[in-house]
Write a protein that binds this ligand. Structure first.
Ligand code: 13P
Length: 280
């Protein structure tokens, strides 16, 4: 069943678990993610990030997503991740995404608010949810080295940001980074707990790849209701193609190996996030 982010996170909030957002760039990744959600009876946020537009046009991605959403029996939200360009976000909305993230984290506070508000005004009448980021999560979703420096979310700004923007979910920066961790992650759980006390909206953790099960348990216990995973499933698919190539297997069969490798990682995450079995 196709739902928006607000709807899918309402149940997570009520029952105290987190829904995974899993980013895809091709058919095998998307199928692996959806098969995992079916196998786990877990709600799912299927994502595509703007930084991956140079690799695949959004209309093809959206077609795959919409078809899978038609066939799936668990709640599914189609999320456009880290939108920076308004025109891209508009396109995502017109192509059937049910949720968008506007990422104004590189902008000054007031500009982040003003731009996020514009996206909310565009999305809300269409029943499309909006996520935004306060502070700045470090690293880079493309996995290269030219990421932003991080800036942890300031709890003092949380209530004001939510009220002025009208968002449905808030992405926080508490020590996670996108892509590969160059040093072991150290999460500021006290800061998260403080933000959670103030925030009237569900909280989102970016940079989920490379975190430990304990990190997830601690963050979910302190209000995280959506966890974004990219790098770990990209690597799982990549490795599966490479191993099959090394073993002399056909490309066709390696697409199935990649799907299954993604599925296995996603199932493991869903169990850790506590979303397994929640779609029943
Ligand atoms: P990772 O690639 O580090 O898992 O981060 C994903 C993410 O936060 C996408 O928004």
């Amino acid at each position: 069943m196709l739902v928006n982010l607000k709807e899918i996170l309402a149940d997570a909030e009520r029952r105290g678990y987190a829904v995974g957002l899993f980013n895809m760039v091709n058919l095998e990744m998307a199928r692996g993610i959806v098969e995992a959600a079916e196998a786990e009876r877990s709600p799912l946020i299927l994502g595509f990030a703007e930084v991956h537009l140079p690799f695949v046009p959004l209309r093809y991605v959206a077609s795959i997503m919409r078809q899978l959403a038609r066939e799936v029996s668990v709640p599914i939200c189609l999320h456009y991740d880290h939108g920076v360009e308004f025109s891209n976000i508009q396109e995502a909305i017109s192509l059937g995404f049910t949720s968008v993230m506007y990422d104004g984290s590189a902008l000054p506070y007031d500009e982040n608010i003003a731009n996020t508000r514009l996206i909310v005004e565009m999305a809300r009448p269409l029943n499309i949810s909006v996520e935004a980021e306060l502070g700045r999560v470090g690293g880079n979703e493309t996995g290269d080295d030219c990421g932003f420096d991080e800036e942890h979310t300031n709890p003092v700004q949380v209530a004001d940001f939510i009220e002025k923007t009208g968002i449905d979910a808030l992405a926080v920066a508490i020590g996670t980074v996108h892509g590969k961790y160059k040093k072991p992650p150290s999460l500021d759980i006290n800061r998260l707990a403080e933000i959670n006390k103030i925030s009237s909206k569900p909280l989102v953790l970016h940079g989920g790849s490379g975190l430990s099960p304990d990190d997830f348990k601690n963050t979910v216990a302190n209000g995280i209701r959506k966890v974004n995973i990219g790098t770990e499933i990209f690597n799982a698919a990549h490795k599966a193609y490479a191993l099959d190539f090394q073993d002399g297997k056909s490309f066709e069969s390696s697409t199935v190996s990649a799907k299954d490798a993604v599925k296995a990682v996603v199932q493991e995450k869903m169990r850790i996030f506590g979303s397994s079995g929640k779609a029943n």
